[in-house]
Design a protein around this ligand. Structure first.
Ligand code: GTP
Ligand code: MG
Ligand code: ZN
Length: 356
């Protein structure tokens, strides 16, 4: 199959955007979208309903290579003419990633080429403004737009309080949709994010209702769902892999496993991620290296004292900033190690096979 205009039409139903640069990059090659990832290869599709297991290029299987150079769910890839191997990755529009949970710093890619990230939070014990704040920071660095989906609106009655908290914590600048994830009429408010050529990824803790939303939007129970524990409303990690599903509305939805931990990757911008007011204030302190403790002319302290800045929010900001900064240092180290490994590898190839 060549990417003639028929092929582009077929790709369109699995989210191919109307993008001249991407079309140009694809050229005459055989294009597919990554819809799943496994130990034994990638699942890709060339049209809706298609699924084929293909192998990645050897460079992607090297243990210490840069993970952002490998494909993730949502990526567009070029296949060989037999359709058995991935040859390369097409340029990305957006990439959602976090630092992987665990002791060693490692980036984990969550999804690529998404237009929106739907942050799913239950209107029960799952609701946590600190976690939402973290999501927004991570999403800000991705290039996609955040949308907050508050599930279980049918059985929980804390919506008014939640909306007030979101307002007070300055988390209400993004679209917020309370829904009953089990009800098609209720989740129809999300259709505008899921039109032809659009892709969205669902993120949130286990039990928040990501797979329930997926099934309701799809119209069939494709994903397994499981009741949350009754004592603390935690989920049971029902979904264990990421999967991209084309929807009847024309767009694509990526369901993901619930995340236990949300570590910053080091590339987040706190000003764009909802803390612009604090960074602007800090720029007005008398000393450029102000530590905002008891220096004269400190704009942050003044704002806390006159009530325009809540101290708790400032402390959250400090915590996130320190975490971002230390992740950024580790990321820079990791990148330089990766460059060194890549150089050694290239030299070995050159020594063995000569310049060509
Ligand atoms: N009443 C009601 N129940 C919901 C709603 N959303 C989800 N649930 C229920 O919450 C439970 C957990 O939903 P799932 O869709 O499995 O949650 P998940 O986010 O996919 O969880 P993981 O796959 O573990 O990450 C299921 O029993 C759902 O039926 C909602 O809006 N209203
Ligand atoms: Mg699930
Ligand atoms: Zn200051």
């Amino acid at each position: 199959m060549q990417t003639d205009s028929d092929a582009f039409e077929r790709l369109r139903v699995i989210g191919w955007p109307d993008d001249a640069a991407l079309r140009e990059a694809a050229g005459q090659a055989r294009v597919a979208r990554v819809i799943g990832q496994h130990r034994s290869g990638y699942d890709v599709a060339e049209f809706a309903g298609d699924l084929r297991r293909v192998q990645p290029p050897a460079a992607w299987t090297r243990p210490r290579g840069d993970p952002t150079l490998r494909a993730v769910v949502g990526d567009w890839v070029i296949l060989d003419t037999d359709g058995k191997n991935i040859l390369s990755l097409l340029p990305r529009r957006a990439l959602l990633k976090r630092a992987a949970a665990g002791e060693h710093y490692k980036q984990q890619l969550i999804a690529a080429n998404i237009d929106h990230v739907l942050v799913v939070s239950g209107l029960d014990a799952d609701f946590n403004p600190r976690r939402i704040e973290r999501y927004l920071l991570i999403i800000q660095a991705s290039g996609a737009s955040p949308v907050l989906v508050l599930t279980k609106a049918d059985e929980c009655d804390i919506l008014d309080d939640v909306l007030e908290v979101l307002e007070n914590e300055r988390l209400a600048d993004i679209p917020v949709h309370p829904v009953n994830a089990r009800d098609a009429a209720s989740v129809a408010v999300l259709h505008p994010y899921l039109g032809v050529g659009k892709s969205a990824v669902l993120v949130g803790s286990s039990g928040a209702g990501k797979s329930t939303l997926t099934n309701t939007l799809l119209g069939i129970d494709r994903m397994k769902t499981k009741e949350v524990r009754s004592n603390d409303q935690r989920g049971r990690h029902t979904t264990t892999y990421r999967v991209l599903i084309p929807l009847p509305q024309g767009g694509c939805l990526i369901d993901t496993p619930g995340m236990r931990e949300l570590k910053l990757s080091g590339e987040e911008d706190l000003a764009d991620g909802g803390f612009e007011d604090i960074e602007t204030l800090a720029a007005n302190c008398r000393f450029s290296d102000c530590g905002h403790s008891n220096e004269p002319g400190c704009a942050i302290r003044a704002a806390i004292e006159d009530g325009t800045l809540e101290e708790a929010r400032y402390l959250t900001y400090c915590k996130l900033r320190d975490e971002r900064d230390s992740a950024a240092v580790t990321l820079a180290q990791r990148r330089s190690e990766e460059r060194a490994i890549h150089k050694t590898y290239q030299k070995r190839v050159k020594d063995k096979y000569g310049r060509h």
